[in-house]
Design a protein around this ligand. Structure first.
Ligand SMILES: Nc1ncnc2c1ncn2[C@@H]1O[C@H](COP(=O)(O)OP(=O)(O)OP(=O)(O)O)[C@@H](O)[C@H]1O
Ligand SMILES: [Mg+2]
Length: 449
């Protein structure tokens, strides 16, 4: 079945069309000039013969008709052409010619008009041309014979052009045969090539559909080092990344639901216990404290999850403005004074002498800074000091939070910015660094440890 929209059909047709056009060109541009050339050559050699062999006829101007006929016949034999001698007369109808003698004996003279003879008489020099006869086309060369200033007679040398026509017909038929073979080959090669291409595209399409339907196990096969091969390679790469993303998404949902379930179950447990009438005031107060803690943990988790999902969906709106990081660091660190005091830590601020200004969303930079200082407090022993630096580095602005705790293990570094990843006991939701990292990226910055 032929589908005109398919690449396969179009390619095959294109190859076919190009070949037809090529053959057509050869036909149109080779055959006609070939014919003209051969004919010109024939006429030239006739003109040449008329120069070489005419002398006896010219000299026999005053012979009687019988000897003229003999001479014409002999010239015809020598020139290997049909030779005709014509008389030129000027009548009321202008120039006219009449045959005096013909090397074939004059029997067939009435079939020819000898237009070239008139032409030669008019121009008073050798003229060439062709004329159709009963035995095919003839080439003719006419040579005028002058008496005084007027043309008295014309000698016409004629030879058949049939071999020229045969040669041209032969060349034409060869071109046609070669063209037909080339067409068949082109059609076959075009079909073969385009079928193979179409098959490979089809295979890519099938795999793509499988992947689109959620089956990530399908593989794009790189079957050649051509464009389709590199497309398959790119698709394979894309599919692997999709697989990784899918994994990450599943892990995220599993962890998130686990993180949400734990405090909710624990809340349910405490509420049941609180319903007990015989509870003394002290225990009730302890339970309520636990409930409050769980609720605030849930609150923080809900806010963090929302932030993170907004960041990943790209829907978090940033409001960049010229911001001095020094001023910002001072403001944020001062918020932490009570927490620092509780932790018995000293925070040193190191600010560059000049102002450190950049186009940033101050709210979001402050959020990152809070996450980092919070970590320096939460994941270090009591009494650990820290340093916050704001300055320029390599043409960029840089904010740094450094603490003197035990630090972070090398193998943890790789996964540190993943949501829910923690090296600790898991009491926190561990979304802080994931959010900070996303925020930094959104502002074309980079968070590093
Ligand atoms: N300054 C630090 N010193 C040592 N470990 C750290 C430090 N900052 C982060 N970590 C490790 O990296 C993990 C991820 O930190 P992140 O801020 O993302 O989560 P979290 O602090 O556990 O929870 P939260 O979402 O409440 O911030 C932490 O659990 C901790 O194990
Ligand atoms: Mg944290």
């Amino acid at each position: 079945m032929i589908n005109l929209r398919s690449i396969r059909t179009r390619l095959a047709l294109l190859v076919f069309a190009i070949t037809i056009a090529a053959v057509g060109f050869v036909f149109a541009y080779v055959a006609p000039p070939l014919e003209t050339n051969l004919r010109e050559q024939r006429l030239e050699s006739l003109a040449e013969a008329s120069k070489r062999f005419s002398r006896p006829i010219i000299d026999a101007r005053d012979e009687d008709i019988e000897s003229l006929r003999l001479i014409v016949q002999r010239v015809g034999d020598r020139a290997n052409a049909r030779v005709t001698l014509l008389r030129v007369s000027r009548g009321s109808l202008g120039l006219q010619t009449a045959v005096i003698a013909d090397s074939t004996g004059g029997a067939r003279q009435d079939d020819l008009q000898f237009e070239v003879a008139l032409e030669a008489a008019r121009q008073q020099r050798i003229a060439t041309g062709t004329e159709a006869s009963r035995n095919g086309r003839l080439g003719q060369a006419a040579r005028p014979i002058l008496r005084g200033n007027a043309v008295e007679r014309v000698i016409v040398f004629a030879a058949p052009l049939s071999d020229v026509d045969d040669n041209v017909a032969f060349v034409r038929s060869r071109i046609a045969i070669a063209g037909a073979i080339a067409l068949l080959l082109a059609l076959a090669a075009g079909l073969l090539l385009s079928t193979r291409l179409a098959q490979r595209i089809k295979r890519l399409e099938r795999t793509a559909r499988r992947v689109a339907a959620g089956d990530l196990s399908g593989r794009f096969v790189v079957d050649a080092a051509d464009e389709l091969g590199s497309l398959a390679f790119a698709l394979d790469d894309m599919q692997r990344q999709l697989g990784e993303l899918d994994e990450a998404r599943k892990r995220f949902i599993a962890t998130a639901s686990h993180e949400l379930r734990t405090p909710i179950f624990s809340l349910g447990g405490f509420l049941e216990l609180l319903q007990d009438e015989d509870l003394d005031e002290e225990t009730r107060e302890a339970f309520l404290t636990q409930v409050r803690e769980q609720v605030s943990r849930l609150q923080k988790l809900a806010v963090d999850l929302l932030d993170l999902s907004k960041l990943e969906a790209g829907s978090l709106e940033l409001r960049p403005e010229p911001t001095d990081l020094g001023v910002l660091a001072r403001a944020v660190t001062s918020e932490f004074q009570p927490a620092l005091a509780r932790h018995d830590s000293h925070l040193e601020l190191r600010l560059a002498a000049r102002e450190v200004e950049a186009e940033l969303d101050p709210e979001r930079v402050a959020q990152i800074l809070r996450i980092l200082i919070d970590n320096a407090l939460a994941h270090t022993p009591h009494g650990t000091d820290m340093v916050v630096t704001a300055g320029r580095h390599d043409g960029m602005v840089r904010l740094q939070v450094r603490d003197f705790g035990e630090g972070i293990g090398r193998q943890a570094l790789e996964r540190l910015f993943e949501p829910f990843y923690s090296t600790g006991d898991g009491a926190s939701s561990s979304l802080g660094l994931a959010i900070a990292n996303e925020l930094a990226e959104r502002m074309n910055g980079k968070l590093s440890v």
